[in-house]
Design a protein around this ligand. Sequence first.
Ligand SMILES: Cc1cc2nc3c(=O)[nH]c(=O)nc-3n(C[C@H](O)[C@H](O)[C@H](O)COP(=O)(O)O)c2cc1C
Length: 171
Amino acid sequence: MKKTIVLYRSRTGFSKCYAEWIAEDLACECRSIKGVKLDDLKDFGLVIYGAGVYAGMIAGLGKIKNWIGKSPEKTWVVFATGATPPKEGYEELIFKTNFRKGESRPAHFYYFLSGINYERMGFFNRILMKFLSGLASKKNGIPQPAKPTSIDLANRDYIAELLSYVRLKAR
Ligand SMILES: Cc1cc2nc3c(=O)[nH]c(=O)nc-3n(C[C@H](O)[C@H](O)[C@H](O)COP(=O)(O)O)c2cc1C
């Protein structure tokens, strides 16, 4: 059995929540990637990394791509969380944008719908979101709400496919 760990990078808590659900169901370790070095992962044969999508880019992915290149013998699984519904090829778009041809790729990639948490967002991101939603309102002719509201669409059911894949690969 390959020893499994779930690592996450999370600004507003969505990826941390998914990471904790995954680790709970797999009964494995779960921790923030902050301060973790590749050397710390030598006992693990299967590594799952999850983070949020910001302006189309998965947070902290550079470190993971570097590690995949250095440790191809491990099974690497990456998941991203985002507020865009995963229809009309969004998952594929995120994969293609974040893993260019010739770059190290994980064995499997998943995209989970999450939401937006304005309360936990940093000052800079809040201003940026206000600006973007202002642009969208102008374009669509829909008035911008006075106070943006958070929305949580994360669902534990979405991790089912990832769990089946990891259970198979960890054997
Ligand atoms: C500045 C900013 C940019 C974002 N860009 C995108 C995006 O391009 N696509 C998307 O689906 N969600 C986007 N989101 C929503 C986040 O991806 C979503 O809330 C994610 O789950 C955050 O993960 P985290 O809380 O674990 O960091 C954005 C959120 C912020 C604050």
